[in-house]
Design a protein. Sequence first.
Length: 690
Amino acid sequence: MKNLNKSLKKRPYALLILWLGSILWAYSVQAKPKPVFSNGAIAYAYPVSGITIDGNLSDWKAKKLRKFPIKKVLFGRSAKNEADLSAYFHAGYDMATQSLYIVTVVTDESHVAAKKKGASWNSQDTYLLYLDPQHSIKGSGVLLYVLNQFNQRLSDPSESWDPSVWNATMDNVTFAFKRQGNTSVYECQIKLGDQLKVGKTIGLDHIVADRDETDPKSVSYVAWGGGGGKSQAPGRLGDLMIVKPKVATGTIQGKIAWKDKDAKGLPGHIRVTSTKNPALWAEARVNKQGEFSTELPVGKYKMGLAWGFYTGEGKNYKIAPLTHKVTVKANEVTQMPLIKLDVLPEIDKIPNKGILPNFTAKKAKQLDKFITAYQDYYKIPGVSLALIEKGKVIYHKTYGVKNNISGAKVTNETLFEAASITKTVFGFLVCRLAEQGIIDLDKPLYQYLPFKAIAHDKRYELITARHVLSHRTGFPNWAYNNPDGKIDIKFTPGTKYGYSGEGFEYLKRVVVKITGKDINTLLRKEVLEPLNLKNTYFMKDERLAKVVSNGHYGVYTSKISLPNAPGMAWSMHTEAKSFAEFALALRNRKGLKPETYDKMFKINTNVEREEAYARPHVKEFYGLSIWMEKGAMGEAFGHGGNNGDFQCQFKMYKDLDVGFVVFTNSDKGTQLNIALDQFLVTGKIKNPKK
């Protein structure tokens, strides 16, 4: 469902909708939801028979099944009371027909329905049912059923990261809706075939969207399990256990803690897997104190972690596998001994001196071993790499796979999300337009195009293109990170550094307004063609769809979600060899006048970092959309990018006349990028704060 399930890195309106469904080396961290590998919600499906799909609850009431509440507020206004909005569901199964039965009951004082086919999901009351029948620990595909009174559909499964769900249809679904008084009943029978087995867990979740007639602009969203982006990547659903009738259950309680007292934070979930039946597994939510508690069918279980890594306060911890086991006893609470998490040693393959310059065939083999070692340690599926020396690309290679589920290899054609590296390309465009007299870098942007959402704060009238390109607007990185989701100004524009993607998006709108041209056309005319940049895209394209990589959180593959419109803070897609042409253009001062390059590389901003991300061995600056540093290896420039499940970097060393471009399809790519910089150029930096 396009409006609900694109990646959270899209425009603010879409971001709010999609929310339902690193380290900063000049990085903009986009807001793809972090994976949770089950959100900790657990329910049970019991055997049923004689259920008629008609929206009538009488046959369900006769079964006396457990109610599971749908009450977690994800976004929008909270319900005034239970009469305003409350919901619950029952789950059952029938092995004779290999069917899963779900009935969801919503109490709502005001029901809004749209008869028109194709009416947007959020223009009416809608029930979203998420299902992962396979529930593989490798991260199988999620099916999203969009159900309302007059229209029902399956969100396009061909967009999934998992080829096994591409052929799913609505043909195996029977659905009924009934409204009686203040109650809406959504009733489903879904034939799952051999994916339905007693003693197995399947992924399940629900979101109820409630629009009130009295306030058509206000929508409430409640879910069963916590977290958004439920169809974007594996494991964001709750767990539904397919159990025998009258199955006995018990509760386990426990606590996790680090052996290393210096480690900060804790993993948010712990996995529990049946030792007898590995298909029966679920995840318990861990609170900030490390405590967990969950109800499970009787039996023996082993404990584990979905993530092999945990990131806290700028540090990454690789965690040793757990060996703890527990027996769940009927109607008893079993208190487990303290589970201590052991941090494994960090990988260290960095020499005291970098291997550049003077790259050789022998060094190429060393580099390949280095890349694959870090890929294995951090579980980075795919890499695209280019090395630059003396104005030429001297080495280009791809590694690994672009999709962990399918195993499809990364090739020279595979394109990656370039994330915030996009900002430097857009900045180049703006500098070209400034040369042509189309935009004045020091003219307040509101004089070109007012920004109504922030016009109440008169400080916004100070903001110029120069402020945007040097990250001094005072805007937040993204407005949706604010508690109210609204844009604001954190400090007087021009007075200090504050990284902001919002500023680049505002400047994009200004550029479109004053040129009368769409941004894609401008990029092609002013950047791609003059600099001969091939294989570079900023929005959805037929070829891009064929060659783009999936992103990954750990080993778990994310859904491909190509932008409908270019985002100048984040949306570029390319690969290392192609983008090396842009890095070389900057090195050779191509495409801009010498005086424009002088302005582009003039220090506009001193970069100040939080302590956890400090890099005391260098001084960092911003020019106009270009990041710069001064350190022991001389001056360097470039930019990094972090869209969550894609992380990348390009960096050019002026004095040494070497550089590199690296793209990864992983949330751990930054760890490789930092190590690669040291391996290639600086040599080992003792205890660098990244």
